[in-house]
Design a protein around this ligand. Structure first.
Ligand code: SAH
Ligand code: SF4
Ligand code: F3S
Length: 470
């Protein structure tokens, strides 16, 4: 049997266990429909995994609740990318102790990236005896079986598995949204940036087959999705291990060719693999959003080298400038790390310079956080945290000014937006194709539809607009 066949067999087995789970969970909930509370930390990759977990729970007869006290099953899908993310999980798991005491039948399960680190799984096992199930990212397809064993076995269960290189297509899925959704095109990461835990907890890079991605995209469009984000840690290396010749630019163009009124965007692009062909594809297709998330991490070549990013400042600027020149109204966004081990103030100033030069729409900014098992955690890190926090303050001030100027420049212009959610009474948040949020006064029935707006006001980086005639 090949890999795909064994994956199909395995999922069939899981589906049979799911059927058995229905009665077991129903009885356990006191002869009523069981309720699950699923909370997701971290990136869209985890959001997409949680949608699978919810899909499996739904098939096992569960309803969902936002209130922990009502839940029969509580699941935290965790993120390991920075210490702060982990601390929040520890704090929130600690707070569940009282709930478990009140309701002994409550099953508390932890999964996701944190659980793939041995020292964390051990700490959880020792410090939180009321956690009944711990499982890692590599065994998510076995969730029905794990749940079955956890509720029938009478003992705590830790299952971390290993990266078997397989892609389990066809797992049940319960999407959170009805018009804005995520579509994973690949899993894992092979880049091993020296600060990053992701390749250690998510395994090796593997791409889904293009026909599977396209079929899922078609289904989403048919179901009314208006904004589809293609997801991967480095979408630009999509297809590397697939036999036929395929690459991300082709996949993106094929998704955009699907009949229907929708937008497609993607994240994340690694600058080392971002090609001119990708930019040209974006430029030539109106359904592909004019938004490029291209993390640069640092503006200093020495630091980039220590980070193992495999591009230089010059190479980054070259592709960013090419994108700006080819795509009018392009929104460039990025991730930055401040205070990488050994970074000097002068090197940090090179990051500031790069921000001033590129003029990003927005930035995700992080103070370096050492991760056990990564090379950078062993590098000398002489700059104290307070100093790094000061640098961060300086960076935020620079970016805020750029964002405010950009917003002011948008006043009076017209944009097509997707209306997304209620911001407050009578005010809705909408988003332009290039990922800029505009507040509009409109009835909530417009949520999930495309509208045309004119920007009427910019307050720092908050934009207000009004609906215009189509
Ligand atoms: N695959 C994506 C990033 C995924 S992690 C890429 O390569 O661009 C999201 C962001 O978290 C990274 O871009 C980086 O800026 C930040 N990050 C990752 N590890 C970190 C660490 N140890 N400390 C601080 N920030 C980190
Ligand atoms: Fe982490 Fe680098 Fe992979 Fe992004 S590309 S997930 S930063 S190792
Ligand atoms: Fe994402 Fe955090 Fe895992 S950023 S891949 S959920 S470590």
């Amino acid at each position: 049997m090949n890999n795909a066949d064994t994956a199909v067999e395995e999922l069939k087995r899981q589906s049979e266990i799911t059927s058995q789970l229905q009665d077991i969970l129903y009885l356990r909930a006191g002869n009523k429909q069981p309720k699950a509370f699923v909370h997701t930390y971290g990136c869209q990759q985890n959001v997409a995994d949680s949608e699978k977990i919810k899909g499996m729970l739904e098939k096992a007869g569960c309803a969902f609740t936002e209130v922990k006290e009502e839940a029969d099953i509580i699941i935290f899908n965790t993120c390991a990318v920075r210490e702060h993310a982990e601390d929040r999980v520890f704090g929130n798991v600690g707070a569940l102790k009282a709930l478990k005491k009140k309701k002994p039948s409550l099953l508390i399960a932890l999964c996701g990236c944190m659980m793939e680190q041995e020292h964390i799984a051990e700490k959880i096992y020792k410090s939180f005896p009321y956690v009944g199930l711990v499982f890692g990212t590599h065994v998510i397809h076995k969730f029905p079986e794990l749940l079955y064993n956890a509720v029938t076995g009478g003992k705590r269960l830790v299952e971390r598995g290993y990266d078997d290189g397989k892609i389990y297509e066809g797992m049940p899925l319960r999407r959170d949204g009805s018009f804005k959704g995520w579509l994973s095109i690949m899993y894992g990461c092979d880049n091993f940036c020296t600060y990053c835990i992701v390749p250690h907890v998510r395994g090796r890079e593997r791409s889904r087959r293009p026909e599977v991605v396209l079929s899922e995209a078609r289904n989403m469009v048919r179901a009314g999705f208006k904004d589809i984000t293609l997801l991967g840690q480095n979408v630009n290396s999509y297809g590397k291990w697939i036999d036929e010749k395929t690459d991300f630019a082709s996949l993106l163009a094929d998704v955009a060719d699907i009949d229907g009124d929708f937008w497609v965007r993607f994240m994340t692009s690694h600058p080392k693999d971002a090609s001119r062909r990708l930019i040209d594809t974006m430029a030539s297709n109106p359904k592909i959003c004019n938004h490029l998330h291209l993390p640069f991490q640092s503006g200093s070549d020495r630091v980039l080298n220590k980070m193992n990013r495999r591009y230089t400042r010059e190479k980054y600027l070259e592709i960013a400038n090419y994108a700006k020149s080819r795509i009018p109204d392009l929104s460039l966004t990025s991730d930055v790390i401040v205070g990488f081990p050994g970074e000097t103030y002068e090197e940090f100033c090179e990051t500031l310079d790069l921000i001033r030069e590129v003029r990003f729409t927005s930035l995700f900014t992080f103070i370096y956080s050492p991760r056990v098992g990564t090379p950078a955690a062993k590098f000398d890190d002489p700059v104290p945290h307070e100093e790094k926090a000061k640098w961060m303050g300086e960076l935020l001030r620079v970016q805020e000014e750029i964002a405010a100027q950009r917003c002011a420049g948008m006043v009076g212009k017209k944009y097509r937006v997707l209306v997304e959610e209620q911001a407050r009474d009578g005010v809705l948040n909408s988003r332009t194709q290039n990922n800029i949020v505009v507040e509009i006064q409109a009835p909530s029935e417009l949520i999930g539809t495309f509208q045309d707006v004119e920007i009427t006001e910019a307050r720092n980086w908050i934009l207000r607009g009004k609906l215009t005639e189509k």
